[in-house]
Design a protein around this ligand. Sequence first.
Ligand code: UGA
Length: 448
Amino acid sequence: MNLTVIGTGYVGLVSGVCFSDLGNRVTCVDNVPQKIEMLKKGEVPIYEPGLKELIDKNTEESRLSFTTDLSAAVKEAEIIIIAVGTPQSENGEADLRYIDQAAKEIAAAMNGYKIIMTKSTVPVGTNERIRNLISGITNHSFDIVSVPEFLREGSAVRDTFNPDRIVIGTERKAAAEKIISLHTPLTDNIFVTDIRSAEMIKYASNAFLATKISFINEIANICEKVGADVDLVAQGMGYDKRIGPSFLSAGIGYGGSCFPKDTKALIQIAGNVEYDFKLLRSVVEVNQMQRFGVIDKLLDSLGTIQNRTIGIWGLAFKPNTDDVREAPSLEIVSALLELGATVKIYDPIATNNFLNVLNHPYIIRCDSALDASRDCDAICLLTDWQEFKEVDLDQIGDAMRLPIMIDGRNTYTLKDMATKKFLYYSVGRPLIKHTHEQALEYQNVNIG
Ligand code: UGA
């Protein structure tokens, strides 16, 4: 099939590239010329494992191309995929300006029947808005199909090729059949429904996963007070098939470009029909508070943060991405600076993006986890990169002024940490003090 994808962000680029790898002819369109120039040269504007290899292969085999010429790309395509951003506006609502712009430009370029497939995360009713916008501009016939995207950053290629399900929202049987055949190579689990329900499935899914995370984080906070271990609690809960083991990792809360934005947008969608989504408001509030547990633990161990040197391991909102949008690291580092600390930061790939958002004379950029630990009073692990699981913790402890670690992602087992020389705080698990003498020593530290 001939496809045109509008928007080369995570969703657009990854799905366009993967559809081309399935044998379709795909043109990816973006209105930022620098991005298109990069892609044409085989440079990938986002970090996503496996993506570059697929771009190189499918460009070489002439199934994949990149352009800023939306009009020409629309004319050539049978199916046009809208994958532009829907950022958060000031009141939490999704900002639909890029959707509107794409719809108008598609309409102006149409030269015959097209299927318009929306992959962007859009509030209920948006696909109807797209339909109205287009039919107000062109007399050509078209169908609208909502196909929400469920890929995750960092595993986007794998997720696209192995989806749990494909949701297709449309009122038109013929359009549904065409979109089903586009997705059949990926899975048999294709759920066809009406457009409004498809739009809602996306928000409800993200909100439910965010709820699972805030739920386990609150359980973790209680575990700390009652002496239970949240990892064991989550494991025991997860054996119940009705609950399942995934998205029960306690930590410093969710970040990224999706959960924070989509939870707030769903609260707003509910508010627009005068429904107070109390549960989801609490999920957002718990998530916001959770990251500051790191600061509480630093204060507990150090007494004061003023004039301390704190190492930060991991800046990205999760591993395998250089994305720092809504990353807990941003707020944690800001709070540390405000409290008078010098902050040494290290991330395998996200440091440039982090410094573009937050820079300060008291932030020191480091090239390794060891470098970010030297002479520190404590280190805070904020992103559970594999690399941190493999460091030599004895060497790290020796390099620090005080061997204190606040592990915001429960990266190490308590058993392993029991053999290390750290005062080790994690989330929802018992504090580890290396020896009785050391515990006393640390208590002496806690005088500011
Ligand atoms: C999320 C959804 O998982 C995707 O299905 C969806 O397509 C995407 O949003 C989107 O709407 O575009 P993503 O934001 O890439 O994907 O990342 P996740 O892997 O879901 O992680 C989100 C955040 O939750 C991260 O900060 C992660 O550290 C945190 N998390 C995740 C936890 O704190 N605990 C967990 O158990 C799982």
